[in-house]
Design a protein around this ligand. Structure first.
Ligand code: SF4
Length: 742
């Protein structure tokens, strides 16, 4: 494949790609019908579609879609994997398949089983599969089982499964946000009393300043780019903070706008490239400058916050030299963006996993909350804080209780409704579940979507942990590395319907706390695929004794929505949604007044010390997603925005490459704290010096299990690696280690 150098993100190439995918999926008309159906977009949490029609956002703007949504839709429209596939391809062979090859094998069309010592998955019937699960659960003590959900699951499925897990007796209920934005939830809860973002899309239309930290929405949330371009067109400023200079955050050709498509649109006014882990130093420096200019909002601070004096003192006393060294930025650069911020009327701070994926992820989020509070940028229209979340319903899964701990009101409501006694023992977070599995303390795991194996640091550990579980049950639409590398001693894969194939409507919540209703209704690729709710209901009827809980009724999604409406705070309109079709913003989330759900009603400042720096000479490892992937799912090998045609590369600043004696395309061994990757190609990238950039999830094999103690989130953006040259022996195509010629 040829390396392509682009000069802007988006553009004609994205349109041609869409047409190509549409043709591959059975024709443009068929593809358009699927995209335009009244379903929430299946990809990112920005949220599109629903009752206003597919590709329409909550402001009624059309067409709102992107390559990510096209990729996900095309992947779901693949034909089912034929039964002979599993006879032809053994498990040892599938272990060698890349994430992309597994994704492109097709849809999983029937239940699959592999027992201890089996070399192949084999097709089984639903009764056999469900009986195996029921038998395993009957012999498993509740504290030795876990239930996990990705953000793919609907609110109805996630609510029912957490309910089932608790009725059966366990609190080991956790979700994928522990590995992405839990640091945001913890940080925002401490600062504001609520763990979700404080703005909606209308706020973005009113803002005159946006700062986007540790995120690459041009690749991962593409429809966030047009509102940023519009903000600039109104005379506002956009500041990007990212160690990597991402092409799509500099210039983007918005395919749905002819002028932008032709000439491109500038996305950012300033682009800071701090060193990895330098965000707290940058933010403290910005606060220091705001205070020096007297640009803080004293009235807001006095009336609506606590803890300001300590933060003020820490910022005023912080030496500029420490802030410069800590951030890797010059004082003038920090002061410059702080001045823009100080002059703004309505500012929104956005961030993603470049902020949360650190051992001090919560500290990063608290620093951002301080920055917003110091100018009173929370609690009024047009301003606020917004974590850019990943999967389309990751926020909803948490809202409906798929978490190890339930808030008291939620727990009491579950008890009141159906007499459910929620177990009292402390549930495992996602990482705690992995540790428990590795220590032989788990016999059963039900994984509703996602790829838990691939989402872990230290993949050797993750594989060992999951393989030591007695029975793993994956409810999936397509194959992924978790099915083979993270397969329990006994393993089942159950084929699930995609969102737009559901036989009953489902609901999803976006990162702006907007709840959509998806009609479903597209034909299922095989008759054996079942909805997530159907599967959970069938399991509950097999496993649980008769009780006040009407499990039969609870496979009716409208009944589930009515229960969610009564139990989940802010979700009351969900009970009427089938009739009203009126999608809604969860009450109490968007902060347009300075009222905070804390004990004293005030927001809270927190002192955020500068994190320690590693000066051991190793490169800081940052794992990234490519433009051709979403989370662990790899749709395309190429990453066009970074000019990479393959994924087995390590991207370095040219100065680092020169300092270390590497040239472009040289083969190297990358030695991480937990593992080694052989035979990667050195590639140059405009990235903060001292950084090595590799693709997630393949590079997770290198990462030690450095976990943020406050949120349980692994430091996927802050590992340590060293590089060694590899040489190719004469007459050999494959490299051998330097100094070890054969
Ligand atoms: S930006 Fe996100 S929600 Fe919008 S179309 Fe793209 S993937 Fe879907």
């Amino acid at each position: 494949m040829r390396r392509v150098r682009m000069r802007s993100g988006g553009g004609l190439r994205a349109i041609l790609y869409t047409l190509q995918k549409a043709r591959q999926s059975g024709g443009v008309r068929r593809f358009y019908r699927r995209m335009a159906a009244r379903n929430a977009c299946k990809t990112c949490a920005l949220g599109m579609g629903g009752q206003q029609g597919g590709m329409t956002n909550e402001q009624g703007r059309f067409p709102e879609f992107c390559k990510k949504s096209v990729q996900a839709q095309a992947a779901d429209m693949q034909p089912p994997i034929p039964p002979e596939f599993f006879a032809r391809h053994s498990l040892p062979e599938l272990l060698r398949w890349t994430p992309r090859e597994l994704e492109h094998a097709g849809r999983i069309g029937f239940p699959l089983h592999a027992g201890p010592g089996d070399e192949h998955f084999r097709r089984v019937g639903w009764d056999e599969a469900l009986d195996r699960i029921a038998t395993a659960l009957r012999s498993t003590p509740p504290e030795r089982a876990m239930f996990y959900s990705s953000g793919r699951a609907s609110n109805e499925a996630a609510f029912l499964l957490q309910w089932f897990a608790r009725a059966w007796g366990t609190n080991h209920v956790n979700n994928c946000s522990y590995y992405c934005h839990n640091a945001s939830g913890v940080g925002l809860s401490r600062a504001l009393g609520s763990g979700t973002g404080t703005v909606d899309l209308d706020d973005l239309a009113r803002a005159d300043f946006a700062m986007v930290l540790g995120a690459n929405p041009a690749s991962n949330h593409p429809r966030l780019i047009p509102p940023l371009v519009d903000l600039r067109a109104r005379g506002g400023q956009v500041v990007i903070v990212n160690p990597i200079r991402e092409l799509g955050l500099v210039r983007f050709r918005i395919p749905s706008r002819p002028l932008s498509l032709l000439f491109g649109s500038r996305v950012s006014d300033r682009y800071l490239q701090p060193r990895v882990g330098g965000d707290v130093a940058l933010i403290v420096g910005m606060i220091k400058r705001v205070l020096e200019r007297g640009a803080e909002d004293r009235t807001f601070i006095e009336r609506h916050t606590t803890g300001f004096e300590e933060v003020e003192r820490a910022a005023r006393e912080a030496p500029w030299r420490d802030l410069e060294e800590g951030s890797g930025l010059r004082r003038e650069e920090i002061e410059d963006v702080a001045d823009l911020y100080a002059a703004s009327r309505n500012a929104i701070l956005f961030w993603a996993m470049g902020i949360t994926h650190h051992e001090h992820g919560v500290g990063n989020v608290l620093a951002l909350a301080n920055l917003a509070l110091v100018r009173g940028m929370v609690g009024r229209p047009g301003a606020g804080l917004c974590p850019i979340r990943g999967h389309s319903n990751v926020q909803g899964v948490g809202s409906v209780g798929f978490t190890p701990e339930l808030k008291q009101a939620f727990r009491e409501a579950m008890q009141r409704e159906f007499g459910l006694q929620v177990p009292r023992f402390k549930g495992y977070s996602t990482y705690e579940s992995m540790v428990a599995a590795s220590e032989g303390r788990l016999d059963f795991a039900l994984l509703l979507g996602g790829n838990l194996y691939g989402s872990n640091p230290d993949l050797a550990f993750a594989g060992r942990a999951l393989r030591s579980i007695g029975l793993t049950v994956n409810v999936s639409t397509k194959l992924n590395s978790g099915h083979v590398h993270g397969r329990g001693r006994d393993a089942l894969i159950l084929p699930a319907l995609a969102r737009d194939e559901e036989r009953q409507a489902t609901s999803q919540e976006s990162m702006f706390s907007f709840v959509r209703l998806s009609d479903g209704g597209a034909p299922a690729p095989t008759a054996e695929m079942r909805s997530e709710v159907e599967i959970i209901g069938a399991l509950a009827r097999r496993v649980l004794p008769p009780s006040r809980i009407p499990w039969e009724d609870l496979t009716n999604h409208a009944v589930l929505r009515a229960a969610i409406a009564r139990i989940v705070p802010g979700y009351a309109p969900l009970g009427e949604l089938d009739r009203s079709k009126r999608e809604f913003t969860v009450a109490g989330r968007i902060r347009h007044t300075p009222e905070f759900p804390t004990v004293d009603g005030r927001a809270r400042f927190h002192v955020t010390p500068l994190p320690p720096r590693n000066d051991d000479g190793a490169l800081a490892l940052v794992t990234v997603r490519s433009e051709g992937q979403f989370n662990t799912v790899v749709y395309e090998e190429e990453d066009v925005y970074r000019g990479q045609e393959r994924r087995d590369v390590v991207m370095l600043h040219p100065q680092d490459a020169a300092r270390l004696g590497f040239r472009e395309d040289q083969r190297v061994r990358v030695i991480g704290e937990a593992g080694v990757l052989e035979d990667l190609l050195v590639r140059f990238l405009d990235v903060a010096p001292g950084t090595a950039v590799l693709y997630y999830p393949e590079a997770n094999v290198l990462l030690a299990r450095r976990i943020d103690p406050d949120s349980g989130t692994p430091a996927f953006k802050h590992g340590r690696v060293r590089l060694e040259p590899m040489t190719v022996a004469p007459g050999r195509a494959d490299p051998v280690p330097a100094g070890a010629r054969r």
